[in-house]
Design a protein around this ligand. Sequence first.
Ligand SMILES: Cc1cc2nc3c(=O)[nH]c(=O)nc-3n(C[C@H](O)[C@H](O)[C@H](O)COP(=O)(O)OP(=O)(O)OC[C@H]3O[C@@H](n4cnc5c(N)ncnc54)[C@H](O)[C@@H]3O)c2cc1C
Length: 386
Amino acid sequence: MDFSLPQEVETLRERVAALAKLRLIPAARQASEVEGPNREIQKILGDVTPEIYPVSAGGRLTHAYRALAICVIREELSRLCPEADHMFAQQGLCGSAILFGGTDLQKQRFVPALAKMERLGSFALTEEGAGSDAGSIRTTAALRENEWVLNGSKHLISHAGYAGTYVVFASTDLSRRAKGVSAFIVESDNPGLSAQPLRFLAPYVVGRLKLDDCRIPRENILGSPGDGFRWAMQTLDVFRAAVGAHSVGFAQAALDLALAYARVHQQFGKPLAEHQAIQFKLAEMATEIQAGRLLVLYAAWQKDYGLDRQASVACAMAKMYASEMANRVVNHGVQIMGGNGLSKEFHMERLYREVRGTMIYEGTSEIQRLVIARQLVRAARPYEGP
Ligand SMILES: Cc1cc2nc3c(=O)[nH]c(=O)nc-3n(C[C@H](O)[C@H](O)[C@H](O)COP(=O)(O)OP(=O)(O)OC[C@H]3O[C@@H](n4cnc5c(N)ncnc54)[C@H](O)[C@@H]3O)c2cc1C
């Protein structure tokens, strides 16, 4: 049994951490929490995103560990530069859906600009009333002559209004629910597409999308009508494990900061780190982070080895546990820093605002529990114990 990461992935982790310290953190400091994507970070990320796309689609991926690579990149980016990670994730969701569902021609036409960060990507599935139950979307796509015409609206969409390339999910047959969902590539210069920003607790770049007689070429469908839900779930599987990695990154940042603070900050004549109650918190934080990281890497490993059936459950476990763990860990971090934990002078305050979303986006904790429980019940063996 070998618990070490493949050398290519370990090297990638070190490279991403170095890039974040040297270039991404300074670029993030230059801008306050403004609306819209940080274009400097976009440019710098062009050095990382090619690592998750094959050479034939404009990337640099030459090994079999794509899911592991996505997870280690996300852990390092979230630990060091959350805005870079959000951007990387949206790019990955959009690019991966095209990679899974697209023809060679579509991959060659749309993926290279995403891989090199020349265009931002967006993955538009959620609607008002169709979040957890994504199969019930009401946006429609109808074929008229040689074009698909999309009508409806999308809610809570990252990069809405800023992306150059959107993967939009719409129903080509409402009566078939999930089996009628199809996926389309929509470019931002389409006059039928408009966006409206939404404001959040953390500086997410999220908005609403409106599709108003949005006409796109017939060949911009991914696969065949009715295939869309499959591409969405295949993409979300990988990115659920990756939200786990993103959560581990937040938790690790909280532990690192709490530890540094507790070693220096004194109460009752000695550093906080020498008080047993604080030490217990630090020990729990470190242990929980390690458990979360192992679940994430195990899920990614299953994905990379093509064990898709088990991988869905492993990805759901990794997402559920790591996101809830990160919320507990960041909460401890705030407590260890006292009032300073809530001050904008320290990164803990940002982590506290950032971490809450991990239990919601890309499938809530409740939905992950449903995925896990359904498989448990389906595969239950007769009881063999005493
Ligand atoms: C910052 C952010 C960025 C996002 N970016 C994107 C994006 O780029 N693209 C995209 O498509 N979506 C995006 N989303 C949407 C996200 O995926 C949804 O918020 C999520 O899937 C939950 O859907 P909902 O918000 O509609 O909540 P709902 O589905 O309405 O759920 C509300 C509550 O009910 C619970 N619930 C629902 N059904 C059940 C059930 N059967 N049993 C038990 N409990 C249940 C949920 O767990 C939740 O607690 C983003 C969301 C956020 C917050």
